[in-house]
Design a protein around this ligand. Sequence first.
Ligand SMILES: Cc1cc2nc3c(=O)[nH]c(=O)nc-3n(C[C@H](O)[C@H](O)[C@H](O)COP(=O)(O)OP(=O)(O)OC[C@H]3O[C@@H](n4cnc5c(N)ncnc54)[C@H](O)[C@@H]3O)c2cc1C
Length: 503
Amino acid sequence: MAENSVIVIGGGIAGLTAAAILAHEGVQVTLLEAHSQIGGCAGTFCRGSFVFDVGATQVAGLERGGIHERLFRHFGIDSPGAEILDPGCVVDLADGYPPIYLWHDPKRWEDERKRHFPGSEVFWSICSGLHDSNWAFAQRDPVLPIRTFWDLSQLLKAMGPLNFSSALLSKLTVSDLLKISGAHNDSRLRKFLDLQLRLYSQQPASRTAALYGATVLQIAQAPLGLWHLQGSMQTLGDRLKSSLIRDGAKILYRHRVVGLAFDSRDKKWTLDVIGPSKCSLRFQANDVVCSLPPQCLLNLLPSEEKQIKKYRVKLEKLPKPTGAIVFYGAVNRLSLKETLPIHLQLFDIDPGPLFISISCEGDGRAPLGQATIVASVFTPTADWCVLDELEYQNYKELLLDKIVRKLEIRLGLNPLHWIHKELATPRSFAKWTGRPDGIVGGLGQHPSLFGPYGLSSRTPLQGLWLCGDSIYPGEGTAGVTQSAFMACRQLMAERGKNITIPR
Ligand SMILES: Cc1cc2nc3c(=O)[nH]c(=O)nc-3n(C[C@H](O)[C@H](O)[C@H](O)COP(=O)(O)OP(=O)(O)OC[C@H]3O[C@@H](n4cnc5c(N)ncnc54)[C@H](O)[C@@H]3O)c2cc1C
């Protein structure tokens, strides 16, 4: 049995960040990853000479002071090469009007939205005020939700006067802000907000917490921004990996954790693991940082003990997140319409709104003269769980054809243009990332689950910490990085050390 100070479960961006932070603090860390590569939902896979981003295709938090940049500076590792996306995205509401460009320059974006949504400036200025105070708050590294005096002290340190007043809005939704500002009758604005918010919060405007929505609706604009990584999304995970390996941590690939048990006598966690060639292994650690969706714990934790039983009930009650269908295709660049943006969101009823990402010439994803096209749409996982193999394959084929047809119409392609096409479903995500039923994107950002009301990184079980997209502040590589940082700060504070990272 191998003894460790901390075991991190999962080598997606959350687990890699947690392992890198702890290793940099001199902690003995082992990261157990079920797959043969790191990255999870922000990883990549190859098909011939094409490199496809599995899930995430754009990154926030790489600007100076952004969470990824801050951590790379702290580790003394260069941030991955990236270009700011301008526009961050183009949103096509498929309503016969020109699409909406999310420009990086705030003034240009203001002019754009005034053109598309006249009379909505009160709404946007409320969002802007909330966004400024939220962002200053996030920069001061709050801990949410609070479970101990230490958590409370960190929260109070992060609160400015404006945060006390905006906290009063914590139960409002983005729809409430529309009503307050008198913009609720603008159906085009509503459609735009529903589309954008679903990307970040899994919820439409009527179910997205106002404080969360106000921030993500301005994530593409300076001084923040969305970034396109050179090479592929894998470079983000690779940089974290080089940091944690340099600092003495270990990554064990093809090590799937299948059981977790706490021995209250010697205060250690024991992890049952299926290793390479299906061998059974056991690891022990004082602390465990679990970056898997918390629903995984239902299969990992024993069911008998009283305290665990209570926690299991809480986990069982968590809402079921959605899954994703992702199309991966490749074409010759010449067959694409020339003016296409890198990221395009396209309203569609069936199969649903598509988020389309097209590789840039020379960005490492396709040979020169060719391009990869990744298009994703959310789907309820329950639809996929009930199908037998034949039904599954038929449904998958049907959806592939549907998405291909939509892309051909919007991107000006014809069936002969495709060099490659394939589809991933929730079942593929379950296999690739170990996420139960292929759920992605965390718990959603309904006011009842947002910030102070969400699931805590500090579990009631001693030495078990959570991070990832179900933990504050939520999904996205920047969000899960912040959650990992928060969990590591809590863990180290229990060991008597405060981690601070310069802004
Ligand atoms: C289609 C799609 C598009 C997205 N687009 C964007 C985007 O453009 N920008 C953005 O910022 N975010 C985007 N996201 C969200 C983002 O990818 C995720 O929020 C983030 O990558 C999640 O990271 P994680 O480390 O929490 O989890 P994961 O990435 O799921 O990592 C978990 C890791 O744990 C491993 N694992 C699972 N079970 C076990 C086990 N039992 N034992 C050991 N290891 C295990 C998995 O193999 C995996 O490597 C997108 C997500 C999807 C699905």
